[in-house]
Design a protein around this ligand. Structure first.
Ligand code: FES
Length: 187
């Protein structure tokens, strides 16, 4: 990756809304994507096409405005087998449709490929946060909180569960939970 391409990424901060570009370098906040790309190209003294190449290569850059909350539902096999279809239904009931901003400006729904949280599938990423071990009801509660301007609990939504450990607690290497334990003599 060239230094300039990296500077394009740094400048946009991998911000999913492209607002990071405008905030950071002071371009007009409401500039269209074309204006933003031209602004970044001018700022970095690069051809516009080079900035466009970076922006269009990475999926996390949106080429058109998204809602206040960008709801990215993973639809890849582990999440699908664990119920992501129900999560899409929950989103649709709130007026979301893939690739569009909802009428109230709150939501944009996108189906994404594996986000690396398969152990806690199904999962959804909303803006910068992941919500895992979801059911339609759990996602509904999260969307309610966001709509009310609150910050829902991130990560697993199973009460008492930590990160991606099994429900009910660890099932292997239990002696390592509280302290180091040397298992070698037990093999
Ligand atoms: S398949 Fe959904 S996070 Fe991996």
């Amino acid at each position: 990756m060239s230094v300039k391409v990296k500077r394009v990424i740094d400048l946009t901060d991998l911000n999913p809304y492209f607002h990071g570009v405008t905030n950071r370098i002071g371009a007009p906040f409401c500039a269209g994507i074309g204006s933003v790309i031209e602004y970044v190209a001018d700022y970095l003294d690069m051809p516009v096409i080079r900035v466009l190449e970076v922006a269009s290569f990475y999926f996390m850059y949106n080429m058109k405005p998204v809602g206040k909350y960008h709801v990215q539902v993973c639809g890849t096999t582990p999440c699908m087998l664990r119920g992501s279809d129900g999560l899409f239904e929950t989103c649709k009931k709130r007026g979301m449709s893939k690739g569009h901003v909802s009428d109230d400006g709150l939501w944009t729904l996108t189906e994404v490929e594996c986000m690396g949280n398969c152990a806690t599938a199904p999962m959804v990423q909303i803006n910068d946060d992941n919500y895992e071990d979801l059911t339609p009801e759990r996602l509904d509660a999260i969307l309610d909180e966001l709509a009310a301007g609150k910050q829902p609990k991130t990560g697993t939504q199973i009460e008492g569960k930590r990160t991606s450990e099994p429900e009910g607690g660890p099932t292997t290497l239990k002696d390592m939970v509280g302290a180091n334990h040397d298992y070698r003599g037990e093999w």
